[in-house]
Design a protein around this ligand. Structure first.
Ligand code: BTN
Length: 255
């Protein structure tokens, strides 16, 4: 256990806490520790620096050493069918959304599937890697990268941070504690039968707005409406039809 000021008011998220000065990727460390049976439900692995941070779709994730938050939370869902695993994205996205929204004045939304935006700028990314056993999810590694105190981003990247949005420096341990608390609360909601579809849809970025998207490589205009239980984005198309598409076919333009 470390002597850091990390004291979440939780019963399981963050009770096992592994603090690393440097790691390739906390998701990778979590997967290795999982394979060795070293982690319990709710374990949190945090690195102050990642040398090979992983992003969605094989991209990399950059964060500023000692300034941002890069960590992974491991859950062992008691019963979660593989075809309902998108619920983990909802839990993570809503938890991060809850915390950012509580600290930032501007509008905070979830860009499907689980980017967190402040207005049009990305403040957090989430990479979820699940292990399946038969038709159930046996374990989940929820990797979260949140821009906290970094204020300088590469040109052309539409990003922001808590420091830029709030002014001044944010206390990373405080933010991490709040994130753990909201993750636990959102996960408990799921265990009590809530599929989180209402809150997730309510916070969906560009909901009901005509938006440029790419479907099978072709540009389309569509209105995001909701997600279906498998996590596909439900769209209204220009002809008025309503269709759901997954990440393998659909993305927002400019990504
Ligand atoms: C994205 O592309 O938006 C997802 C980024 C996820 C980054 C986090 S940082 C902690 C964890 N470890 C990783 O290597 N990636 C995730």
């Amino acid at each position: 256990m470390s002597s850091t000021p990390f004291h979440p008011s939780t019963s399981f998220v963050g009770r096992q806490f592994i603090e690393l000065g440097i790691a390739e990727s906390t998701n990778k460390t979590a997967a290795e520790m999982l394979a060795r049976g070293e982690l319990v439900h709710g374990a949190v692995i945090l690195a102050h620096e990642q040398t090979a941070g992983q992003g969605q779709r094989g991209r990399t994730w950059s964060s500023a050493k000692g300034l941002d938050l890069t960590f992974s939370v491991v859950l062992f869902p008691a019963v979660l069918k593989a075809d309902r695993q998108f619920i983990l994205s909802k839990v993570a996205a809503l938890a991060v959304h809850d915390v950012v929204r509580s600290m930032v004045k501007a509008e905070v939304k979830i860009k499907w599937p689980n980017d967190i935006l402040v207005e049009r700028r990305k403040i957090a990314g989430i990479l979820i890697q699940n292990d399946l056993m038969g038709e159930n999810v046996s374990s989940s590694v929820i990797g979260i990268g949140l821009n906290v105190n970094n204020t300088v981003f590469d040109e052309g990247i539409l990003a922001t941070s808590m420091a830029l949005e709030c002014g001044g420096t944010a206390d990373r341990w405080h933010v991490l504690s709040r994130l753990c608390e909201r993750l636990e609360e959102r996960w408990k909601d799921v265990e009590h039968g809530d599929d989180l579809s209402g809150p997730y849809a309510a916070e969906l970025w560009a909901r009901g707005r005509w938006t440029e998207m790419t479907l099978d490589g072709a540009s389309i205009m569509a209105r995001p409406m909701d997600v279906d239980p498998s996590g596909r984005l439900i769209l209204e198309l220009e002809g008025g039809q309503v269709q759901a598409y997954g990440l393998e076919r659909l993305r927002f333009a400019g990504r």
